[in-house]
Design a protein around this ligand. Structure first.
Ligand code: HEM
Length: 177
């Protein structure tokens, strides 16, 4: 599903000929784009890197843009209703995110999903702890949290706040007066 979302983002931004190049450069075929499969991370990284090069972005920046795009892609996909149930405000959504991912794992037993915990909440700032057995996805998480803000009609900024052991904390600064 991530690959199909990436393909759609690249088609939107740069059109079919550039996506055809990305597929050629990474040896991607239709079988790699079936939506309910779980892939090798190396395949995903190769697709993101090739796409980033065509977008003229660093890989981290492309991951962030892709994270933000993913939220819109998921809401238009068959997962839209799941997003609706997960929450209509940021705090509820983040608090339900692990349950939502667990329900997705029931359909895709090989998926390795991360865990998110809301560890501090004030009116203007949410601190979210992220745990994963993958590394290097920090800017993807920032993009996802930005995408969630877009979806839930919030504005503000997201930053990597601090690393604590194997967990990474992100701060969401909300524009609230
Ligand atoms: C309906 C929407 C969503 C669905 C269906 C979904 C499903 C999934 C699945 C299946 C994976 C594992 C992929 C694999 O192991 O190959 C995954 C990974 C991930 N999800 Fe979600 N997800 C959704 C929304 C979100 C949202 C809103 C966030 C964050 C705010 C999020 C954060 C992540 C991250 C960071 C990963 C990467 C894996 C990792 O960090 O270990 N997801 N998701």
């Amino acid at each position: 599903m991530a690959h199909r979302a990436l393909r759609q983002m690249m088609l939107d931004r740069l059109g079919p000929s550039v996506w055809a190049k990305v597929e050629r450069e990474t040896g991607t075929g239709p079988a790699d784009l079936i939506s309910l499969c779980v892939y090798d991370d190396s395949k995903t990284i190769a697709l993101i890197s090739a796409s980033a090069a065509h977008l003229g972005m660093a890989v981290d920046e492309a991951l962030r843009v892709f994270g933000r795009y993913w939220v819109r892609f998921a809401e238009l996909s068959s997962f839209g209703p799941i997003m609706d149930f997960t929450g209509q405000d940021l705090v509820t959504f983040i608090n339900n995110l692990d349950r939502m991912h667990r329900s997705v794992v029931l359909a895709m037993p090989d998926a390795r999903v991360p865990s998110f915990t809301l560890i501090d909440e004030t009116r203007e700032r949410l601190l979210v702890r992220y745990r994963s057995d993958r590394i290097g996805l920090e800017t993807f998480v920032i993009g996802l949290l930005e995408g969630l803000m877009d979806r839930l009609n919030e504005t503000g900024t997201v930053e990597l706040f601090e690393r604590s052991g194997s967990a990474i904390d992100f701060a969401i600064h909300l524009d609230r007066t």
